[in-house]
Design a protein around this ligand. Structure first.
Ligand SMILES: NC(=O)NC1=NC(=O)NC1=O
Length: 174
C-alpha cells in the first residue's frame, strides 16, 4: 500500500484499515485522518504518535488500559483482537503451562496495583521467558518513567502493525 492510496481513503475506509493500529483506540485513526495528506508512510506513523504524545496523562493512561493483559483473561476467553491474538501467540503466550500463566497473572496484578494501568510490552519483540522478566524489572520503576516506557511499547506495537498493513520493513523499531 503506498501513500497515495492512504491519502485517497475516505474516513470510513481509513478507520476500517487503521482503526486498531493502537489497540482498541479507533479514535486515534479518526483524528489522524483529518490531518491528511501525509507526505510518506513515516509521516503517517508520526501523526499517530504525535496524537498520543499530545494527550493529557488521563488519556495516555486510557490508551494503556485499552490493552489486554499478556496471557490474561481475554486470551483465555478467546476475546483478543486479531492483531493482539497474533502478537501474543508469536510470543508463545498462548501455550504457557499453568505455573507460568499463574506467575504472569500475579505479576500483571502487582503491576496494575502499583501503576494503575496494565503492563504493556510489544509482544512480537519478546518471548515467553522475557515477558515475566521484563515485567518483574519494570515493576520497580518510578511511575513517571514507567508511563513513558509503556507508551513507548504502545508505539512499537503500532509501528509493527503499520508495517504489516503497509508492507514496509518493520526493522526500524527504535
Ligand atoms: N498488555 C500488552 O502488552 N498487550 C499486548 N502487547 C502486544 O504486543 N499485543 C498485546 O495485546
Amino acid at each position: 500500500m503506498d501513500i497515495e492510496k492512504v491519502n485517497s481513503m475516505d474516513f470510513g475506509e481509513f478507520v476500517d484499515v487503521f482503526g486498531n493500529i493502537i489497540e482498541k483506540c479507533p479514535l486515534i485513526a479518526a483524528a489522524v485522518w483529518s490531518q491528511r495528506p501525509f507526505s510518506d508512510l513515516e509521516d503517517l506513523e508520526n501523526h499517530f504518535f504525535a496524537f498520543i504524545d499530545a494527550l493529557p496523562r488521563s488519556g495516555q493512561e486510557g490508551i494503556l488500559r485499552c490493552h489486554p493483559d499478556l496471557a490474561g483473561r481475554d486470551l483465555q476467553q478467546g476475546k483478543l483482537t486479531a492483531e493482539s491474538q497474533r502478537e501474543q501467540s508469536q510470543a508463545g503466550l498462548t501455550s504457557l503451562d499453568a505455573g507460568d500463566q499463574l506467575r504472569l497473572q500475579q505479576l500483571n496484578a502487582q503491576y496494575r496495583e502499583r501503576f494503575g494501568f496494565p503492563f504493556v510490552l510489544a509482544a512480537r519483540l519478546s518471548d515467553r521467558a522475557a515477558v515475566p522478566r521484563e515485567l518483574a524489572r519494570r515493576l520497580h520503576c518510578q511511575p513517571e518513567s514507567e508511563l513513558r516506557t509503556a507508551l513507548g511499547e504502545v508505539k512499537k506495537i503500532g509501528h509493527l502493525r503499520l508495517a504489516d498493513l503497509l508492507g514496509t520493513d518493520p526493522a526500524k523499531v527504535e
